[in-house]
Design a protein around this ligand. Structure first.
Ligand SMILES: C[S@@+](CC[C@H](N)C(=O)[O-])C[C@H]1O[C@@H](n2cnc3c(N)ncnc32)[C@H](O)[C@@H]1O
Length: 73
C-alpha cells in the first residue's frame, strides 16, 4: 500500500494531544476504548499512564505498526 503522506498514517494524532485528552478524562485503572485506532496513540498513552486499553484497527498494516510502536514505547 502506498501513501502520499510523510507518516505511515495520514491522520496520525500527536501523542501529546492524546495524552492530554486521556489524562483529563480518566483516572489510573480506567479503561480506554479506541475503536478506530490507526497507529493507536491511545495504547501508548494508556501504557505510560496506567490505564487499561482496548482498541481496534481494521487495516493490518496499521495494526502491525501500532503493535510495534507499543512494544518500543
Ligand atoms: C482517523 S484514523 C485514526 C488515527 C489515529 N487516531 C492515529 O493517531 O493514528 C481512523 C482509523 O480507523 C480505522 N477503521 C475504519 N473502520 C474501522 C473499523 N470498522 N474497525 C476498526 N478500525 C477501523 C481506519 O483504518 C483508520 O486507521
Amino acid at each position: 500500500m502506498k501513501y502520499k503522506f510523510s507518516s505511515l498514517h495520514g491522520s496520525q494524532k500527536p501523542l501529546k494531544f492524546v495524552e492530554l485528552t486521556i489524562r483529563a478524562s480518566t483516572d489510573q485503572g480506567d479503561v480506554v476504548w479506541e475503536p478506530f485506532g490507526g497507529l493507536c496513540p491511545g495504547a501508548v498513552v494508556s501504557h505510560h499512564f496506567s490505564r487499561r486499553y482496548y482498541g481496534a484497527e481494521i487495516i493490518p498494516e496499521f495494526y502491525k505498526a501500532a503493535t510495534e510502536r507499543l512494544a518500543t514505547s
